[in-house]
Design a binder for this molecule. Structure first.
Ligand SMILES: [Zn+2]
Ligand SMILES: [Zn+2]
Length: 405
């Protein structure tokens, strides 16, 4: 059913009414990319818009400088539904993940929902969740700080090269293997040194040797983040920053123990010391709420955009939305904003995220999100169905919030 207290036509009109500002805000964020937890400009532009529309805005949500919570309380009690905005960029690439579209689309959805039904029940919120890229885990930090307490459901969309209502996301551990050796002159007396870089090399080779014996769904990848300081000094310190991902948190935890042993083995062979630590919280696998994903899909289809269900075998990344999806009903559909085949995290995706086409599609995404939000606050049956699905597949208590290996 595509229904509710206002017609889809009225909602389309409400979103069209904010299209100008949607594109203006999106482009402003796009040309000024900010890395995780430094998204000061994006925060100001987004909260400024929400203040103009009568939302009560709280900054520094959960103690994070660039997070915010904006709420529009309705005339009677009811559920609290949040639209999530991400707005961080990538080093060297800028908005190659299209978070400018997520952010502007999120605010547009909430503003249009309120404009369409000013007397809505419950609470319509926008939660600004900084630091999604590079293991920032902004949503995990906000959840740990209690920002999502009392939120009944959260919705967002992500730009992509195709449209799907629900896509799985891998669990991911963000790790650093740090090796410590002994420095020495690299030519006069190298035998007095013990190379931490040699340990890092051996460790990376060990990871490659292990690949065949890992589940085919696993992904292990990384960079040498410290390879020493000078060619004529035996490196006393070296580090490899890497991620371990797989379909489930349980599998990731097992793999983390195996790569930890590989680091210790590399250290043993090179007479150095190894320490494997987390550089950020573990991202949990994603649980898409299919009741809400189907509702979003129905609206998008009604607007003339074909959108399929996700493919379980499709390669996937990871997001801190996974952790949130263990706490409350969540959707994270993808809307095609770029030509098919445009890779995520690329220069091409950055360019594609600033086109008129991308903003047309973001307008459709915002309409879909606004519809789901309004239906959730006005239709107790939809809220109950979403809750029932969430509860049915819930992890045992105590595992959901902070997931650490
Ligand atoms: Zn992204
Ligand atoms: Zn990304």
């Amino acid at each position: 059913m595509v229904g509710g207290v206002c017609s889809l036509e009225e909602l389309v009109g409400a979103v069209a009414g904010v299209r100008g500002r949607l594109e203006e805000v999106s482009r402003a964020i796009h040309v000024r990319p900010e890395l995780k937890f430094a998204e000061v400009y994006a925060r100001d532009v987004l909260t400024g818009w929400l203040v103009d529309e009568g939302f009560a805005v709280g900054r520094r949500a959960g103690g994070l400088e660039t997070a915010f919570v904006a709420v529009h309380r309705g005339r009677e009690p009811g559920p609290c539904v949040a639209v999530l905005a991400e707005y961080d960029a990538l080093p060297g690439i800028g908005h190659g993940c299209g978070h400018n579209l997520i952010a502007a689309g999120a605010v547009a959805a909430a503003v249009a929902a309120v404009r369409a039904v000013p007397g809505h029940p419950g609470t319509i919120a926008v939660i600004g969740t900084p630091g999604e890229e590079m293991g920032g885990a902004g949503k995990v930090r906000l959840a740990d700080a209690g920002v999502f307490d009392g939120v009944d459901a959260a919705v967002m969309f992500h730009p992509a090269d195709r449209s799907v209502t629900a896509q799985h996301g891998l669990a991911a551990a963000h790790l650093r293997a740090r090796f410590t050796g002994v420095s020495a002159h690299a030519a006069k007396s190298p035998w007095e040194g013990r190379s931490a870089l040699a340990a890092a090399q051996l460790f990376l080779n060990a990871l490659d040797s292990m690949r065949q014996f890992m589940p085919p769904t696993a992904r292990v990848h990384g960079i040498v983040s410290n390879g020493g300081q000078a060619p004529n000094v035996v490196p006393a310190v070296a580090a490899v920053d890497f991620y371990v991902r797989d379909r489930t948190t349980a599998s990731v935890r097992e793999l983390v123990e195996r790569v930890r042993r590989a680091a210790l083995g590399a250290a043993l062979a090179t007479e150095t010391e190894a320490e494997v630590s987390e550089t950020g919280p573990l991202y949990a696998e994603r649980r898409n709420n299919m009741v809400l994903a189907a509702r979003f899909g129905a609206v998008v289809r009604a607007l003339g955009l074909e959108i399929g269900p996700g493919d379980a075998d499709e390669p996937a990344g990871s997001s801190d939305i996974g952790n949130l999806s263990q706490l409350l009903p969540v959707i994270h559909p993808y809307i095609q904003t770029a030509a098919p085949g445009t890779p995520s995290h690329s220069d091409a995706m950055r360019e594609a995220s600033a086109t008129a086409f991308a903003h047309d599609r973001t307008e459709i995404a915002a309409t879909g999100l606004a519809r789901v939000v309004l239906d959730l606050v006005t239709d107790p049956e939809l809220m109950a169905a979403a809750r029932a699905e969430f509860t049915a597949g819930r992890e045992p208590a105590g595992t959901a919030r902070t997931l650490r290996p």
